[in-house]
Design a protein around this ligand. Structure first.
Ligand SMILES: *Cc1c(COP(=O)(O)O)cnc(C)c1O
Length: 357
């Protein structure tokens, strides 16, 4: 089998050894002669998986005391609503930064709960930059932002400065770089971009900030429900949690977030340098806002599309077609994508330029 260079935007590439262990657990988990898929989530063996996964999140992100880690369902798309229900009293105000399709969706959902003030937006330029220098109303209960904008390929390089609590959708860059968890009241992230397979969403929440809205929160959307039950209020998605745990073990074994951040910077530098150097290509987003996870770029001459597509396909590259709303190309360089895969793409770009010499 020849190796595929997998640039999928999500669900994402996972390390081969994680996939191997994950597949073994489907047949025989922990030498129980039972599948992980056919044992109780209350069994000692699975409770251990859940506790391992939660403590790996705490360890890798240096989560301080007073925060809880949960593995829930519903994707980040339900997280949009969970964030609002748990932090915004009905009818009151919250501040949102609109930096892309997902951010816009988070606003739409939060509007079911309260009065959402869009304090900054990059919609005027098709979400190609991260806005700066905006005000936040004093009476807003929290500021919500999307740390990495998966579709257009922009990323916040710093946490926005805010006097009010901050909530962040970190779906597509969690575990890609160091963060300071104490800056946030809530972080949530769908697993399938950079943590594991689809099917679970991680929540990192400051426990003392909960229970203050007076909202009548449906049990499944109430983070306190899940905290009280150690993330097992109902049957958790056992397999996505297990595979996420394996992936976090892989990250820890190799040197953790510090280690992967360096590699992610190298990958992004390698590709963006080529996009800027190569006369046939240009980046889609403002240079200062470029995402280290999702690099978006286009061919200056669309007539070369077929030729370029053939060349990268022949090099065993998969998943770099841009999102339908942006067009062009998107190379998603999540944690498990090796530097060598980026070099293969860069070489294809170089060769195309030479052939047009
Ligand atoms: C993919 C994505 C989502 C949506 O996640 P689901 O798990 O599909 O609901 C939300 N936010 C960001 C930043 C994403 O990349």
């Amino acid at each position: 089998m020849s190796k595929v260079h997998n640039y999928s935007a999500g669900p994402c590439i996972l390390p081969q050894e994680v996939l191997q262990k994950a597949s073994e657990a489907v047949v025989n988990f922990n030498d129980l002669n039972l599948s992980l898929l056919e044992i109780s989530h209350r069994s000692k063996d699975f409770v251990e998986v859940m506790e391992n996964a939660r403590s790996l999140v705490k360890e890798l992100l240096e989560v301080p005391e007073g925060y809880q880690v949960l593995f829930l369902q519903g994707g980040a798309s339900l997280g949009f609503l969970i964030a609002a229900y748990n932090f915004l009293p009905m009818g009151e105000k919250a501040a949102y930064i609109n930096t892309g399709t997902w951010a816009a969706n988070s606003i739409k959902e939060a509007q079911r709960v309260g009065d959402i003030v869009e304090v900054a937006s990059s919609k005027d330029k098709n979400y190609s930059y991260i806005p700066t220098g905006f005000g936040i109303p004093n009476d807003a209960k929290y500021l919500h932002f999307t740390s990495n904008n998966t579709i257009c390929g922009t990323q916040f390089k710093q946490t926005p400065i805010s006097r009010i609590p901050i909530i962040c959708d970190m779906s597509s860059d969690i575990f890609s770089k160091k963060i300071k968890v104490s800056d946030y009241d809530l972080i949530y992230a769908g697993a399938q971009k950079n943590m594991g397979p689809a099917g679970t969403t991680v929540y990192i929440v400051k426990e003392s900030a909960l229970g203050k809205t007076g909202n009548n929160i449906p049990a499944m959307l109430d983070l306190q429900t899940h905290i009280k039950k150690d993330s097992m209020f109902n049957t958790p998605p056992v397999y996505p949690i297990y595979v996420s745990m394996l992936n976090l073990q892989w990250l820890k074994k190799n040197g953790g977030v510090d280690w992967i951040e360096k590699i992610n910077n190298q990958k992004a530098d390698l590709l963006y340098n080529e996009i800027d150097r190569n006369s046939l290509f240009e980046g889609v987003t403002a240079v200062a806002s470029r995402s280290n996870m999702n690099a978006t770029f286009v061919l200056k001459d669309e007539n070369l599309t077929e030729e370029f597509n053939k060349a990268w396909t022949a090099a065993n590259i998969s998943g770099i077609k841009g999102h339908r709303s942006v067009g062009g190309y998107r190379a998603s360089m999540y944690n498990a994508l090796p530097l060598e895969s980026v070099q293969v793409l860069v070489d294809v770009m170089k060769e195309l330029e030479i052939s047009k010499g």
